[in-house]
Design a protein around this ligand. Sequence first.
Ligand code: ZN
Ligand code: ZN
Ligand code: ZN
Length: 159
Amino acid sequence: MTGYDLSRFVDLTEDQKNEMLCGICLAILKSPVDTICGHTFCCNCINEWLNQYNESCPQCRHYLSPIFFNSKPYIDSTKRFRNLIEKLRIKCDFADKGCEEVLELGLLRKHLLKCQFNECNHDLKFGFVFFNFLINFVFSQKWSTIGMDSNERQRNATT
Ligand SMILES: [Zn+2]
Ligand SMILES: [Zn+2]
Ligand SMILES: [Zn+2]
């Protein structure tokens, strides 16, 4: 799983593109991390890179190796930088299936869980339809009871 494809962003500026691009997958950073040489990559991208026995930064060739046994030569990017990425406006994963939703990247995961174009949500949709049916049923029962009451009241008034 690599970064977010550039074509999915609706109003990305050149500056944002330059600042938030992963040098390995050439997409917008997903879970960005900073190497000890100061370069930023998706966590998955740099992990994959290092797992292929590469020992240097793909951008500047700085030697990258674990500082201690089992430690990583990178740390999570700052929260501020991650927040900036989360504010970018992106199209839904299922845009090609017909979803027209455009939302902040930080809200994407929540949307995908209820996106009606997500094949995996069919159970959810059925549940929702059933729930709606139930609510409507309860309300219609209630309204017909009220209707009966007023009829009865009218009848009482005329006698
Ligand atoms: Zn990447
Ligand atoms: Zn570097
Ligand atoms: Zn969607």
